[in-house]
Design a protein around this ligand. Structure first.
Ligand code: FAD
Length: 297
């Protein structure tokens, strides 16, 4: 269905299927897809974006649910934060549900979608550290068919959406093990993250995966800290760790993600970090310690 918004003269297309959406975007490469509109319309209202046309994704039912595939969940890009926050979804992918529950006030969670959160790729996007820790892939639909792209490649700019392409699904492994998402904000109540941490246990691989959000343009993975802590976990036993190990993990993660500045000259002490940066490092350390503690408890 195509309508023409009279006052703006922009074309607005409302496809009912993924194929129709790809066809609409291919036919009009200057048009942009819009899902919940919480990011896109804010950019339009501020005059930062003037799309020549809009392709609304809200009527595409196949994007709004999920299905199971080879030990993975194939999540529709049109899943709203509100839907992902519900208990049945939380039982599947607890950290993504926790991130969805933390993503802004209720009216934003009712409209904002997983796909929009990923494509906006804001440093404060709450789903992003979870998807990084889960090593999730995007299933992209386009005029020449489908392709898979690691979420981390899109966020790092190593892969881009080509003209006519859409994020259709997000492929997430079902790990059947504890996973935690924690977020620190500058105020009480809903707010953008100052820092966030996702910790995911992967018992089949005897791995702990961790990603830190909001402190850099894309989520950071402290790989050495992950390997070190995984080597301390008794995967066949209680899994719990001593409090000192949890504290050390938090500090390891924080120092990896917010390193000391290099010394001015060889042999000199590194200059102290500014107080605000030190505070952020402490916040990351506490979040990582708590997230791991909860995942292992
Ligand atoms: C007041 C307020 C508070 C917020 N708080 C938070 C918060 O705490 N945490 C958080 O993470 N976010 C927050 N947000 C940001 C926003 O709500 C999320 O990023 C949301 O998930 C965006 O989804 P959307 O469906 O609204 O995207 P849209 O605005 O519809 O689209 C965003 C971008 O993604 C593109 N796009 C959308 N879907 C697709 C697709 N399937 N394929 C290709 N491109 C696509 C659009 O073209 C556009 O470029 C907040 C926003 C507001 C306005």
């Amino acid at each position: 269905m195509t309508t023409h918004a009279p006052r703006t003269a922009h074309s607005v297309t409302l496809p009912a299927s993924l194929d129709e959406a790809v066809a609409a975007l291919t036919a009009m490469p200057a048009a942009v897809p819009v899902a919940g509109g919480t990011d896109l319309m804010a950019a339009v209202n501020k005059g930062r974006l003037r799309p020549a046309g809009l392709v609304g994704l809200g009527r595409i039912n196949e994007l709004r649910g999920w299905q199971y595939q080879d030990g993975h969940a194939l999540l529709g890009a049109g899943l709203t934060h509100a839907r992902m926050g519900r208990p049945d979804f939380a039982a599947l992918i607890p950290a993504l549900a926790a991130a969805a529950r933390a993503a802004g006030p209720p009216q934003i969670r009712n409209a904002g979608t997983l796909g929009g959160n990923i494509v906006t790729a804001a440093p404060t996007g709450d789903s992003l550290p979870v998807l990084a820790a889960l090593e999730a892939d995007l299933v992209v639909a386009g005029p020449s068919g489908g392709r898979e792209v690691p979420v981390s490649h899109l966020l790092a700019g190593r892969a881009m959406l080509e003209p006519g392409e859409l994020v259709a699904f997000v492929r997430v492994p079902l790990l059947h093990a504890p996973q935690v998402f924690l977020k620190a904000t500058g105020r009480t109540g809903p707010g953008r993250a100052l820092a966030s941490v996702a910790v995911v246990l992967d018992p089949a691989r005897r791995a702990v995966r961790c990603a830190v959000g909001a402190i850099a343009p894309m989520p950071l993975r402290p790989l050495e800290a992950e390997h070190w802590i995984a080597s301390l976990v008794d995967w066949d036993g209680e899994r719990g760790l001593a409090p000192e190990a949890l504290v050390a993990f938090g500090e390891y993660v924080a120092a990896a993600c917010i390193p000391d500045q290099p010394p001015a000259a060889e042999g000199e002490e590194p200059p102290p970090l500014p107080p605000a940066v030190l505070q952020l490092r402490r916040t990351v350390s506490v979040l990582a310690r708590r997230a791991l503690g909860r995942a292992l408890s």
